[in-house]
Design a protein around this ligand. Structure first.
Ligand SMILES: Nc1ncnc2c1ncn2[C@@H]1O[C@H](COP(=O)(O)OP(=O)(O)OP(=O)(O)O)[C@@H](O)[C@H]1O
Length: 260
């Protein structure tokens, strides 16, 4: 059997605020395999973002293991975790958080210079390719303040993959976008997945979750269910009842069965 890219075992996370202990995640077991597109759903406050942050080494679990390529992130010194994040993980958040005094092109290219084993010229080539793919070619010389919200988020998606990460972590990547921009960003992330990118995305939106191949339902800090879906491309191309609408209905029915 194929080894997981990332594996979570007995993960727990709690916070102490004003002397009060809040248990956010308890006893989470999860394997992420190369090529997976995992959507994490669940009510507000159920611990979705906390799980994503612990899985991606942005936050440390209180107990348990997060193994990336069989290295326990919790046991690595911060310098090595930073290296794993920079070389192997990509991140997209609800807000684009672009560097305001860099152009869109520079926002994409600059983090790319950190990639090991790649020359600046190669990085610029990758960044130019992403600019084209994101539909940003005409605006790549603009500052973020001169770009629309949708353009900024497409730039953030490009930045997240400039280092060709093993795993793309996305926390509500379309949460601040209108419908048209949401679909564009989903198509871009879905396009990367179709080419083999592993994705782990937190979302409230069923339109986003239907792009995944695995939908997890988190409640009160525990995984309450998982729905497996065939790749999105099959749902789009197939005739009969495997249409995107049918898929949304399937995910909605599954969520209803879990009292969503
Ligand atoms: N740094 C922190 N200190 C204290 N409590 C925290 C911290 N971060 C998160 N929490 C608490 O952990 C719980 C889960 O938060 P989290 O953001 O993971 O939930 P979520 O499912 O992503 O919620 P939402 O859908 O609203 O974004 C919440 O009760 C939150 O208040």
């Amino acid at each position: 059997m194929t080894a997981p890219l990332l594996s979570v075992r007995r993960l727990a996370k709690s916070y102490a605020t004003d002397g009060v202990q809040t248990h956010v995640l308890a006893d989470i077991d999860l394997d992420l395999f190369a090529g997976d597109f995992v959507a994490v759903m669940g009510p507000s406050g159920s611990g979705k973002s906390t799980l994503l942050y612990c899985m991606s080494g942005m936050d440390a679990p209180t107990s348990g293991e997060v193994r990336f390529r069989n290295r326990d992130l919790a046991k690595l010194p911060e310098r090595d975790i930073a290296e794993v994040r920079a070389q192997h993980f990509g991140f997209v958040f609800q807000q684009a958080n672009l560097v305001s005094n860099l152009t869109l092109f520079e926002n994409i290219a600059v983090p790319g210079y950190l990639k090991n084993g790649r020359s600046p010229a190669q990085t610029q080539k990758v960044a130019r390719g992403l600019v084209e793919r994101m539909g940003l070619a005409a605006d790549a010389h603009h500052l973020p303040s001169q770009a629309s919200g949708g353009q900024q988020q497409r730039c953030a998606v490009a930045r997240s993959v400039v280092n060709e990460p093993d795993i793309l972590f996305a926390d509500e990547p379309t949460g601040a976008l209108n419908r048209a921009n949401t679909l564009e960003v989903l198509d871009l992330i879905g396009g990367f997945h179709a080419k083999g990118q592993t994705v782990c995305m937190v979302t409230h939106d069923v339109r986003c979750a239907v792009r995944a191949t695995r939908v997890l339902y988190l409640e009160d800090g525990a995984i309450k269910g998982e729905l497996a879906l065939p790749p999105w491309s099959e749902a789009v191309n197939a005739t009969g009842n495997a249409s995107p609408k049918a898929r949304e209905a399937q995910v909605n029915a599954w969520l209803s069965s879990l009292a969503w």
